[in-house]
Ligand binder design. Sequence first.
Ligand SMILES: [Zn+2]
Length: 431
Amino acid sequence: MKNRIQIFDTTLRDGEQAPGFSMNLQEKVRLAHQLELLGVDVIEAGFPISSEGDFQAVQAIAKQTKRATVAGLGRAKKGDIDRAWEALQHARHPRLHTFIATSDIHMEHKLKKTRSEVLADTKMAVEYARSLCHEVEFSAEDATRSDVDFLCQVVETAIDAGASIINIPDTVGYSMPWEFGELVRTLRERVPNMHKAILSVHCHNDLGVGTANSLMAIRNGAQQIECTINGIGERAGNAALEEVIMALKTRNPEFAVETGIDTTQIYPTSRMLSEITTMEVQVNKAIVGQNAFSHEAGIHQDGVLKNPQTYEIMTPNSVGLTSNNIVLGKHSGRRALGARLQRLGYELSNEEMNDAYEAFITIADNKKVVVDEDLISMASKGFRMNGSAGSHVKKNSSKPAAKQTGSHPGGVSHMNTSFTQESIYEYFNRP
Ligand SMILES: [Zn+2]
């Protein structure tokens, strides 16, 4: 049997605290419902002591979530843990998540605590959380910049105190994939009670390796991945759920693990988050960007139409997109144009296709993307409709050749088509 990786989604906590991504109560509840549909194992709903809004959101999500575990975050302080528990207590599956920093720089400058004080706080916080909630997760903040021996000691203490999930965050996105994999392996080998807890990771994307670090962690035995939809989160964001999941799925034999994610809900979830926050993902974003399944280069379009696997390592359907997006533009080939015209109901002879392609290239030179409406307008000026006995493409010899060829240096080699430069320009220069 394959190892099951738990997916811990922190879109509503780490993601929501990033500038521009704040959501109101109704929006958070709506997204939480979608996260359940997506199949995440844990929804981190907020940081209840940080604000009244966070408290209410965690409480509402805790009450309404049916299958997933709902986590609430709190520092290693009784007040934080009490407030988190107050919000979480009605959840079907509650999880208290507490944390303390373990790197020298954080302990000295932020916490102003010694290593032994941090060890004592770890024990106190986890024991206290366990007295309230059956499931406790402990995070060692800034773990990747912590002294490894000390980190092992803290983790051992937290497990002894009753934490059943140990999370290793690369809080500042500093670690390189090989180092991070090594750290996960070291913890598994050196912490004597590590087998009593689930080992989790939480990677940030400051150097663009949040997903890579998460995957290296899985290869080295991590059992829970903390991530966010569209990779949102503090600064450059967190490891993106969609990237981690599709890497695990597309390269499954490499990982031999499974998750509970329904990948066809990835795109709908991504869109919902963008709509709610009015923050679009970059067009070339892996998996969910507008161009992620688009093909414009003619040679690519030809390949994809013959067999999608020529240029696609995963299908658009697998992430919930209805079809790959063949964008018609000046790099498109005849085949892509023919396929689109056919879908629109036009059947062209070879000769007509030549004329249509020339006209199309002229349009594409003047307009970045050629949409269906453009093709229909082109076709209405001379294409034969599918099944009809309509006329062939009309010759138009009345236009002076010099005028036609002169305005378009590339593409159009002969102009005996009904798609004159004038009619095309007239059409596209409409207000
Ligand atoms: Zn984080």
